[in-house]
Design a protein around this ligand. Structure first.
Ligand code: ZN
Ligand code: FE
Length: 260
């Protein structure tokens, strides 16, 4: 279990299933202990036991089973409060509080901004607590989620909203997909020095069996191929090579379709 310090909480990162990350957010100012996207109840229960604290909340980013499968068992065990998107109220097990994007959400003494990151699914939300972003499957290390329910345009809007956050915002996404994503990135952005440095760094990190996550918004903006359409030079060159319009949306769409 890796832990990360923030000013008013700490975050414990729990590997689950093949490549999922479950996060426990432990408040430093009150008794809140919230799990984000519990893929597996038993892993969360073990971590609560180690911390010696009861689970108070479940926060879901979207309805997929590898993010909500633990809801029911955790709710039964801890009688915790389940929070999810109002749009997905019918698809999130045991939901108690249905929230909407652009609304501030109070979690005990902690406050989050709720960001609409629809695209991978409709009703996908991200939670921003201070400089900690829980973005589920919307944004990954050097990648983004497959578009199952939304449109390319909507997904591009969601990624742009995340790109507007401060560069030092920590990106706590829900999967360790960084190395395979970087292989794709290298193929479409070969001359990017920041990308080369990241490939070197993250390859080393995985050889040591450590997580590459969290990354930061700044790292993603400079190396993630799905945010690179924001860079005019990248956009122009990619559009030219692939004979497509040089708008950010058309470049993003081509990249997302090419990755498959
Ligand atoms: Zn998903
Ligand atoms: Fe997932």
């Amino acid at each position: 279990m890796s832990s990360y310090q923030h000013s008013s909480f700490q975050i414990h990162q729990l590997p689950a299933l093949n490549d999922n990350y479950i996060y426990l957010m432990e408040s430093k100012i009150d008794s809140v202990l919230a799990v984000i996207d519990p893929a597996d109840a038993s892993i969360v229960n073990q971590a609560c036991k180690r911390l010696g604290k009861p689970l108070t909340h479940i926060l879901n980013t979207h309805h997929h089973w590898d993010h909500t499968d633990g809801n029911k068992a955790l709710k039964q065990r801890w009688n915790c409060t389940v929070v999810g998107a109002a749009h997905d109220a019918a698809r999130i097990p045991c939901i108690d509080i249905a929230i909407s994007p652009e609304q501030a959400f109070q979690l005990g003494g902690l406050q989050a901004d709720i960001i609409d990151v629809g695209g991978h699914t409709l009703g996908h939300i991200a939670y921003l607590f201070d400089d900690a972003l829980f973005c589920g499957d919307a944004l990954f290390g050097a990648g983004c989620g497959r578009i199952f329910e939304g449109t390319f345009e909507q997904t591009w809007q969601s990624l742009q909203a995340l790109a507007q956050l401060d560069d030092d915002t920590k990106v706590y996404c829900a999967h360790e997909y960084t190395l395979p994503n970087l292989r794709f990135a290298r193929g479409v952005d070969a001359n990017n020095a920041a990308l080369k440095a990241r490939i070197h760094r993250d390859t080393q990190t995985r050889m040591e069996q450590k997580p590459t996550i969290p990354s930061t918004i700044g790292i993603e903006k400079s190396t993630n191929p799905f945010l690179r359409p924001l860079n005019a030079d990248f956009r122009t060159e990619y559009a030219h090579i692939n004979h497509i319009d040089d708008t950010a949306l058309s470049v993003f769409t081509h990249l997302r379709q090419t990755k498959g």
